[in-house]
Structure formats: structure tokens, C-alpha cells
Design a binder for this molecule. Structure first.
Ligand code: DSN
Length: 427
């Protein structure tokens, strides 16, 4: 084997990927792009270092600057989400959920969750983190017309099973969860309420969605790279005063699901939180407005967008049905035209590999400066590809042209000494 050639081949693929994403319309609802200062953290020396434990209580020497970073990052997270406890060590949202399951439940305990077919994340399915912890999963009923938990049904479920944890959270997350009512019932039954904010963390931080810690959630988990435009990673937040639970949460993280963690990602999270404290309100507001405009424009094009009577969406996401078992075809066809999205199950679908829907996210297009008017253009491209059957190569060329005006990352700091970071997506 020619290892040098292999190394360059990998580098070349990464460069081509940079170009692909800088010339397409990236619309996967769980993704985002980093600010220059966040990027700078990812290639700092922190990337290769170890730091087990917590600031001041380390198992390794050499952590004095990282201690400053982690302390500051926790402080910024507490400020952003108005809470007394923030653990920023988690490498992902899934490990945040694992840590909570380890800390607050025992194998065999009951946990109420949404079904994955109704939009729940895989980490609270039996094949994911909840299954690994040996939890007994009980599903809430779902109202497909409203794309939300069936409140009366969920109350019955919680009353009947008195679960250890009632978990609320979704990967298809169009509307806020009726958390207040459900938390009250859960607390009456002695159940802890966990809210997985992975998708909507940035909307919550920007004050534009529901506020789970003020609506009854005992613990919030999340990921830091979706609507919160930081590095890939996870977070756990809480306002619980009880020392015992807070200590257990910490132990769930270390030595539970992480030994060392990704120091460079912690530093980048800190910068993302600092940026979101300044820009989050505007960014989150624009994301939601863009998603609503996109949904309306797709509806006007003739797409069967979910929840029209409810205004389609109150988050960054838009979902439309394209026809039975046609989700995969639609996602692949969009990709050929330069629109990157994913197929998704919608109510009534039976199999994740044969869905009839497409899920879109407006957060990344918003981050590069698109507004409501551009959502009309984007819906037009999607309509021409999927409804009018125009040649994908023609649309791809037009999208490359269209993207030229949207190359700068917005809602972040651009002044100061950026060093080796760069602003533009293509150099
Ligand atoms: N499964 C991812 C998504 O919603 O796209 C989140 O981890």
C-alpha cells in the first residue's frame, strides 16, 4: 500500500466535502456550521490532551489552562440556560442521555418515552442507550395530526406505570411539548422529568421556544451542534438543588460514560455559548421565521407539508410527505440536485428504511445569511426537482450559483485575532 497516497486521498476527500457543502443547500435538521473562533478551538493544542475529573480535581497534570476553559464554559452554559448545574463534558447528546440513565435509573426501571416511529431519538429506544441500561420502555400515545404527544393518553400512561423517569424529546420536533401539564402529573407520581433538547437547544437558548427548566423538567440533555451552532458534543443542565442527584449526574458522566473527554470541543462549546448569549435571540428568531416561510412556500408549491392548520412548525424543522415509500427516492434525488436532506418516517409509516417523508431544517441556511425571501427560492428548487421533474444537473448548477452569495458564517464574532481560522466556507 502507498500510505502517503492514502493520506492525500483522505485529505482530498475532505477538501471535496468542504466544496460540496459550500456549494449545496445543507438542510439536515441536526447539523450546523461553526464560527471561526469555534473552529480555532478545534485545532488548538487541547485537541490532544487529557483531563479526567473536574476543574481543580484532575487525574493528570497540565490542566491549569483547561480548568479555566471548563469553568468558564460551565458558567456561560448556566447563564445561557438559566440553571444552577451544567455539565459540558459530554461528547454527544446520546452520551448525555446515557449518563442520565446511569445516574438516575437502575436496570429494570420503567421509563416513559415516545416511540422512534413517532419521532423519538434512537437513544431512548431498546436498541439504544436506554436498552443498554436495561430500562423498561413504555411509549406515550402520539397525535399524528398535531405531531405531538397525546396529552390525555400520556397522563394515563404516567399514572398507570409511575415510571422512574418520564422522558420527553424528539428528533422530529415541530412543536413544543406540553411539558407543564405532563411534569405536574409526573411529579405527583414521584417521577423525574427529563427533557431531551438536542434539536431545539439553540432555540431555547435564544428564548424562542419553550423553556423546559421553567416548565417542569428536572434535567435537560442536549447536543451542542444543531440549532445551537457549536461543536459536536453534548450537555446536561439542571436546576435541581438536591446535592445527591446533582452528584449522581456528575458520576453518571465520569466515571460513567466518559473517562477523558474532548477538551477542544469543550473550549469550542464555551465560545458557542458566548456567541449565543449575544446573537442567539436574533438567530433563533430568524431560524423559526425561515422554517415557517419555507413550509408555507413548499405548501404553495403543492407539497403535502405536515400540520398546515397549526402553521406547519414552531421550530427549525419542516416535514412533508412525498408519497408511500418515496422518501428515499426523494432524498437521493434532492442530493443529486445539490439539496442535502434526509428521508424520514411520518405518522402511518411502518419501516425506517421505507418512509414516505422528507425532514428539512432551516438552521444552517439561516446561519449563512438566508432570510424569508430566500426560503421561497429554496422551495422553488425543491419543487422543480421533486414535483416538476426538471433535470437535476440543471438545478445543481443554479444552486451553485445561488450559494455564491451565501458564504459567510453569521451570528458570531468576527473581530479579534482569529489566527488560523477562516471565515469563508470556500477559500
Ligand atoms: N438522529 C439525529 C437526527 O435527528 O438527525 C440526531 O442525533
Amino acid at each position: 500500500m502507498d500510505f502517503e497516497k492514502d493520506a492525500y486521498e483522505i485529505r482530498e476527500a475532505a477538501k471535496q466535502n468542504n466544496t460540496l457543502y459550500a456549494t449545496s443547500l445543507p438542510m439536515i435538521a441536526s447539523e450546523n456550521i461553526l464560527s471561526p473562533l469555534c473552529k480555532e478551538m478545534l485545532i488548538s493544542d487541547f485537541h490532544g490532551r487529557y483531563a479526567e475529573g473536574t476543574p481543580g480535581q484532575r487525574y493528570y497534570q497540565g490542566c491549569k489552562y483547561f480548568d479555566i476553559v471548563e469553568e468558564k464554559t460551565m458558567e456561560l452554559a448556566k447563564k445561557l440556560f438559566r440553571c444552577s448545574y451544567a455539565d459540558v463534558r459530554l461528547p454527544s447528546g446520546t452520551t448525555a442521555n446515557m449518563a442520565v440513565f446511569k445516574a438516575l435509573a437502575e436496570p429494570g426501571d420503567k421509563v416513559t418515552v415516545l416511540d422512534t416511529a413517532d419521532g423519538a431519538h434512537i437513544s431512548y429506544g431498546k436498541w439504544g442507550a436506554a436498552g443498554i441500561r436495561g430500562l423498561e420502555l413504555i411509549s406515550y400515545p402520539f397525535n399524528g395530526d398535531q405531531m405531538n404527544i397525546d396529552v390525555d393518553g400520556a397522563i394515563k400512561t404516567i399514572r398507570e406505570h409511575q415510571p422512574k423517569l418520564a422522558l420527553f424529546g424528539r428528533s422530529v420536533f415541530l412543536f413544543p411539548t406540553p411539558l407543564k401539564e405532563l411534569s405536574e402529573v409526573a411529579h405527583e407520581e414521584g417521577t423525574l422529568v427529563i427533557y431531551d433538547a438536542a434539536h431545539v437547544l439553540g432555540l431555547i437558548g435564544g428564548g424562542r421556544f419553550q423553556d423546559p427548566l421553567r416548565e417542569g423538567a428536572d434535567v435537560v440533555t442536549g447536543s451542542t451542534h444543531k440549532t445551537l451552532p457549536g461543536p459536536q458534543g453534548g450537555i446536561i443542565l439542571s436546576n435541581l438543588e438536591e446535592d445527591k442527584i446533582v452528584k449522581r449526574l456528575g458520576w453518571g458522566v465520569f466515571p460513567g460514560v466518559a473517562s477523558s473527554y474532548h477538551l477542544h470541543h469543550v473550549a469550542a462549546k464555551g465560545i458557542a455559548f458566548a456567541e449565543h448569549l449575544v446573537f442567539g435571540k436574533d438567530y433563533a428568531g430568524q431560524i423559526i421565521s425561515n422554517a415557517q416561510s419555507l413550509a408555507q412556500a413548499l405548501w404553495d408549491e403543492g407539497f403535502d407539508v405536515l400540520c398546515e392548520p397549526l402553521g406547519f412548525t414552531r421550530s427549525h424543522q419542516v416535514v412533508f410527505k412525498i408519497g408511500e415509500d418515496k422518501g428515499k427516492w426523494a432524498a437521493e434525488t434532492l442530493e443529486q440536485a445539490g439539496i442535502i436532506a434526509n428521508m424520514n418516517m411520518v405518522p402511518g409509516d411502518q419501516h425506517p428504511l421505507h418512509p414516505s417523508g422528507i425532514r428539512l431544517g432551516a438552521q444552517e441556511l439561516t446561519r449563512i445569511g438566508m432570510r424569508e425571501a430566500e426560503m421561497d427560492d429554496v422551495a422553488g428548487f425543491i419543487g422543480r426537482v421533486l414535483l416538476k421533474g426538471e433535470p437535476v444537473q440543471t438545478i445543481k448548477k443554479e444552486i451553485m450559483q445561488f450559494r455564491q452569495d451565501y458564504q459567510n458564517v453569521q451570528y458570531c464574532f468576527h473581530s479579534g485575532q482569529e489566527g488560523y481560522a477562516y471565515h469563508r466556507l470556500v477559500e
